[in-house]
Design a binder for this molecule. Structure first.
Ligand code: PMP
Length: 320
């Protein structure tokens, strides 16, 4: 049974069923039984990594998880970059994720959240190298913003993006997200929705949970990976969609002032999807609405994830 929208549920998340099931280290189990000892929480969380994945209801009545294998491979890369060990292969995690969607009878748009943390109780100050991780997967409903008039505003954060010399940007560790979290808090305090982080020498990197792109002279322009950004799958997808749409692209350093002069600024990410940014630091971007490239890309992305395009069907993992 699924609780009414907005109603309190055992999981605390609206729209989830009372008999909600999770996947944990190879077993499907009821939500209430997925517990850890309080002593394991703090230390294990320093080495914890995660992924955020969207599954979209498709035109043929199915539900398809977008780029599931890529996301789970990136989770395993995070495990490696954190010097920990996973006991599951990407294929096993793909099957577990799909079966979890089936067991929770998911048919509408679904957020899929795999995460992992050092197994057991660690008394050491640092989780030692080689520690095995426990992997969990949960799913819950989400509402897509694609196809809606949603736009957002941004400010350039006074916090710089952490340097790739400090921590690997491809490591999606929860602990890396303090940088983004502090930027979010500052952005909201300054009346904007999201931060954009610069490198210490002033090049644009990304937002707290999304990649950034600008449109300059009709060219979709993004920072290269050398700037320390996450190699986001929405970013990669946008580059490939631009190729088939005939929109030119370029990867290069982007200066702060280009955020103010670009005809379009947009965020790309699993959660952000393709999000038009209509003001940066209080300066209106373009006409103050979604620009042509952003609107074209967002429409194409929506058709792609809904299974309406012939291209890149290998990115769709049908649940049913
Ligand atoms: N940068 C950061 C810091 C992120 O957390 C995310 C979300 N995973 C992204 C970029 C976008 O990545 P993706 O498109 O793979 O979701």
């Amino acid at each position: 049974m699924t609780a009414a929208p907005g109603a309190a549920t055992p999981t605390g998340h609206p729209g989830m069923a009372d008999d909600h099931t999770m996947w944990r280290d190879g077993a499907f189990l009821p939500w209430d039984e997925a517990t850890v000892h309080v002593s394991s929480v703090g230390h294990a969380s320093v080495s914890a990594s995660f992924e955020g994945i969207h599954a979209y209801a498709t035109a043929d009545g199915n539900l398809a998880v977008f780029r599931l294998a890529d996301h789970l491979q990136r989770l395993l890369t995070s495990v490696r970059l954190a010097a920990t060990e996973a006991a599951f292969t990407m294929d096993e995690l793909v099957e577990a994720s799909l079966e979890l969607c089936r067991r929770n009878r998911r048919r509408s748009d679904t957020y899929v959240r795999p995460w992992c943390f050092a197994k057991g109780i660690h008394r050491e100050q640092m989780v030692p190298a080689g520690s095995p991780v426990e992997i969990c997967i949960d799913v819950w409903p989400f509402t897509t913003k694609l196809g809606t008039p949603l736009t957002a505003t941004a400010v350039v954060s006074s916090w710089t993006r952490f340097s790739p010399a400090s921590m690997p940007p491809q490591l999606k560790a929860f602990s890396n997200y303090h940088n983004g979290r502090l930027g979010n808090i500052e952005a909201r305090a300054r009346g904007a929705d999201w931060p954009i982080f610069l490198t210490p020498v002033g090049h644009v990197t990304e937002s707290s949970g999304a990649n950034v792109a600008v449109v300059v002279d009709g060219v979709l322009t993004m920072p290269s990976l050398g700037s320390g950004v996450l190699d986001g799958f929405t970013r990669q997808t946008a580059l490939q969609l631009c190729a088939s749409l005939g929109i030119p692209t370029e990867l290069r350093d982007i200066s702060r002032s280009e955020l103010y002069t670009a005809s379009e600024v947009l965020f790309l990410g699993t959660a952000a999807e393709v999000l038009p940014i209509v003001a940066v630091d209080g300066l209106t971007v373009g006409r103050g609405t979604a620009g042509d490239v952003t609107a074209t890309l967002a429409a194409r992305y929506l058709r792609l994830v809904r299974g309406e395009l012939d291209e890149h069907r290998e990115w769709l993992f049908p649940v049913w």
